[in-house]
Unconditional design. Structure first.
Ligand code: NDP
Ligand code: MG
Length: 288
């Protein structure tokens, strides 16, 4: 069904009649607080038209919405940004952002036109099709068997350490990216690696973060921090990491100077990767 909506502008327009719209303003989602949770309110086409009228905006703006999914019952879901310049066409956040920053054909310089679903943009002068881009990123938790390596960039919030990360270069396999990034950032040679999980990551542009565990040879653990990429990197013991996992974000005052660091929040695949390592270490240290 989604494929049909992406390929057929008329079918997509029809789906808007019974669909649900989620709203953004300058790429920030409109959220509603409800019992200490944030919910994204849904709007029918009729409600949306009413809202647009209230804000003095033309109903034509609905053409700028982008398809972001559908329910099992074929209710189509759309996202619309009411805060961006009305001449731009838009898309949930990552897709909206991509449309906002890909308005022109890089061959002809002419404005490109979004299809109804927002799954692509086409240059009317040469028919070149542009599809939304995703940049693959690997995130690697390096271990020497008993400790794991965590690092921080100067741009991280104060005290936060995470696993190593890096964008894939063109032509690389994921395995090659892991080996290159680990060598580049901390001067270590990866011995083996294992895939863990992946996550869509909309910051700064749309990325697909692929998380892996990697090992280095126990005798080859000396870190050479690349200070152009990282502010610091160090080996941490199982206990240090397990304690840091229980610590909540930067707002918590650190009581104990021995553990001055904290880890990325639960929502990140980085957190899941570190948690997985801690759990694996705990299991392997239990008596058989
Ligand atoms: N969800 C998660 O758990 C995690 C997500 N991440 C995300 O992974 C990303 C990569 O990690 P990071 O260590 O910064 O990567 P890198 O080590 O590859 O370094 C980032 C630098 O690479 C350059 N670069 C190369 N290709 C791209 C591209 N396609 N898009 C943007 N920059 C590119 C940029 O340089 P220049 O600025 O000079 O152009 C950028 O500053 C970050 O955006 C981070 O938010 C990282 C860890 C965990
Ligand atoms: Mg990096």
């Amino acid at each position: 069904y989604l494929f049909e909506l992406k390929e057929d502008d008329d079918a997509c327009k029809k789906a808007q009649q019974t669909g649900a719209f989620y709203l953004f303003h300058s790429l920030a989602p409109l959220l509603q607080t409800s019992a200490h949770r944030y919910l994204a309110p849904r709007h029918s086409l009729l409600e949306l038209k009413g809202l647009l009228g209230k804000f003095g905006q033309d109903a034509q703006r609905i053409e700028e919405s982008v398809l972001i999914g559908c329910s099992e019952q074929h209710e189509a879901w759309f996202a619309l940004d009411l805060g961006l310049d009305s001449s731009s066409s838009i898309s949930a956040q990552a897709l909206l952002h991509w449309h906002h920053t890909h308005q022109f054909c890089s061959r002809s310089g002419q404005p490109t036109k979004k299809n109804m679903a927002g799954s692509k943009r086409v240059c009317p002068s040469n028919n070149i099709i542009y599809y939304p881009q995703v940049a693959p990123v690997v995130i690697t938790l390096v271990s020497d068997g008993t400790r794991c390596l965590l690092a921080r960039q100067s741009s991280f919030p104060k005290g936060m350490y995470s696993a190593l990360a890096g964008f894939c270069d063109i032509g690389e396999s994921l395995e090659e990216t892991v080996r290159r990034e680990v060598a580049e950032e901390v001067g270590l040679e990866v011995q083996s690696l294992q895939y863990s999980a992946s996550q869509h990551w909309p910051f700064p542009n749309s990325s697909l973060v692929i998380a892996c565990h990697a090992t280095v040879k126990p005798g080859q653990t000396e870190i050479h921090v690349n200070l152009r990429e990282l502010e610091a990197a160090a080996w941490f013991s199982h206990d240090e990491v397990a304690t840091a996992l229980r610590r909540k974000g930067p707002n918590v005052q650190q009581q104990n100077e021995t553990f001055p660091f904290w880890l990325p929040p639960k929502v990140t695949v980085a957190h899941q990767l570190i948690k997985e390592w801690v759990e694996k270490q705990t299991c392997s240290s239990l008596p058989a």
